[in-house]
Design a protein around this ligand. Structure first.
Ligand code: F3S
Length: 425
């Protein structure tokens, strides 16, 4: 790999042992990928604070040891320097402020808070969400980034037109203190053009439609790049957030094009870079039904215990919608409702009265994490209802629960009645 003088100096240890380790990791990673060079990045989204099993094993060794082992893949403990790139923290292991999630986890809360303090002092911004673009981290078109979290990566590429591959904890850790990432994959303009044309033959309009479309398309194209024509109505941020999260769950989609909507897609021809599509696929009534049935395939019992909204983390508009649907109502004695949003938006939800409405109905507004990451749900949960294709995909596989997928209104009705009555309309 060809390095600049600055990069060579970092590799040779001119900026200390941690930067040396980071540059060594990036060079080995880049060479394994066939990258010929590194690219400067000044927008990194990764995870740093200890979570899950690493807390038990590593907490007593300190946060430099956690950074060395998990962010630099180094068994030798090195001291973490100040970050060089603008760096944000994605989700945490638990919601340390909310007793619904952290009861009995006092030691975990203490370790997480210590980690936040340590990495915050190094310059890592504690956004604590899988949706950094909802709380101020909005890179511009063409900007090179190093982001983890598949739902954020696809949003960054397709909707914002910024450029990132799906990075890992190690590569984002290394990028944060070097300001570099290997130049390969979606950093290269030619790799960002569409491969598959999707002819949409059924109307795609509300959030549930976009979630089902994303889930179907992920299965169809896997890691390729779809472009859409046909009956897709003008989406908004919420719909594209759900679409991308679903497509990156059933498949590994990191980029897509919607002519006239996404910034690198002035026209269908432009989406394909002037080339013909490799193939044209149809998304019609049958494909829609198959995806919907697959999303609901684990659900057997109509008695619902737990309703989860906010995967990816809810926007303030979505928290407001849930609050309005719950206003003046009361959850069934047999259900729990958790609504997840970034902590910065929870403050807005509190001030707007949404949290009070949700809590008056018996629900809770949580932040920082989600059940798929924390593995924490209300005690004895067996059947979940969610408006998220991503959560319906992962929760049964990770925790063994049954999952119903439907609209926000279906989920709220299930929370109030304790029964699932949703369906494909
Ligand atoms: Fe976010 Fe958890 Fe979903 S991290 S995208 S809410 S699985």
């Amino acid at each position: 790999m060809k390095l600049t003088d600055d990069e060579q100096r970092m590799l040779d240890g001119g900026e200390g042992p941690a930067v040396h380790r980071a540059m060594d990791l990036l060079v080995r990673y880049g060479e394994a990928l066939g990258a010929e060079r590194l690219v400067p990045v000044n927008n990194v989204c990764g995870t740093f604070v200890a979570a899950g099993p690493m807390i038990r094993e590593f907490a007593s060794k300190g946060n430099d040891a956690i950074f060395s082992e998990f962010n630099l893949d180094s068994t030798e403990r090195v001291e973490m320097p100040q970050v060089k790139a603008y760096t944000c923290h994605l989700v945490m292991g638990i919601d340390s402020k909310h007793p619904e999630m952290n009861q009995g986890l006092e030691e975990t809360v203490r370790i997480q808070k210590e980690g936040e303090k340590f990495f915050g002092a190094k310059g890592v911004n504690m956004l604590a969400t899988c949706t950094p673009y909802q709380v101020g981290n909005v890179p511009v078109m063409g900007e090179h980034c190093a982001w983890m979290e598949s739902s954020a990566v696809i949003y960054c590429n397709a909707v914002l037109g910024a450029r990132t591959n799906t990075e890992g904890r190690e590569s984002t850790g290394a990028a944060s203190i070097t300001g570099r990432i290997p130049y390969f994959g979606l950093h290269i303009p030619e790799n960002r053009v569409a491969t598959h044309l999707i002819d949409v033959k059924v109307p795609v309009d509300d959030m549930m439609d976009w979630g089902i479309l994303g889930y179907a398309i992920g299965e169809m194209v896997e890691e390729d790049i779809p472009a859409f024509r046909g009956l897709v109505a003008q989406p908004n941020m919420i719909k594209l957030k759900h679409f991308g999260a679903a497509a990156a769950s059933s498949g590994g989609v990191e980029m897509y094009h919607i002519p006239g909507v996404t910034p690198e897609t002035r026209s269908e021809e432009y989406a394909f870079g002037g080339r013909a599509p490799l193939t044209t696929l149809v998304y019609g009534e049958a494909e829609r039904r198959i995806a919907y049935e697959k999303l609901n395939s684990t659900a057997k019992s109509h008695d619902v215990d737990f309703i989860m909204l906010g995967c990816p983390h809810n926007s303030i508009e979505q928290v407001g919608l849930a609050a309005r649907l719950l206003e003046g109502r009361r959850l069934s004695a047999n259900t729990s409702l958790w609504v997840f949003t970034p902590r910065a938006l929870k403050e807005v939800a509190d001030r707007s009265g949404y949290t009070a409405l949700i809590e008056a109905a018996g629900g809770h507004v949580l932040t920082d994490t989600c059940p798929a990451i924390s593995r924490i749900m209300p005690k004895d949960t067996k059947v979940v209802a969610t408006d998220s294709a991503k959560q319906a995909h992962y929760l049964p596989a990770i925790t063994g629960v049954q999952a119903w997928f439907g609209s926000v209104a279906d989920c709220v009705e299930a929370a109030v009645s304790g029964r699932w009555n949703g369906g494909l309309r």
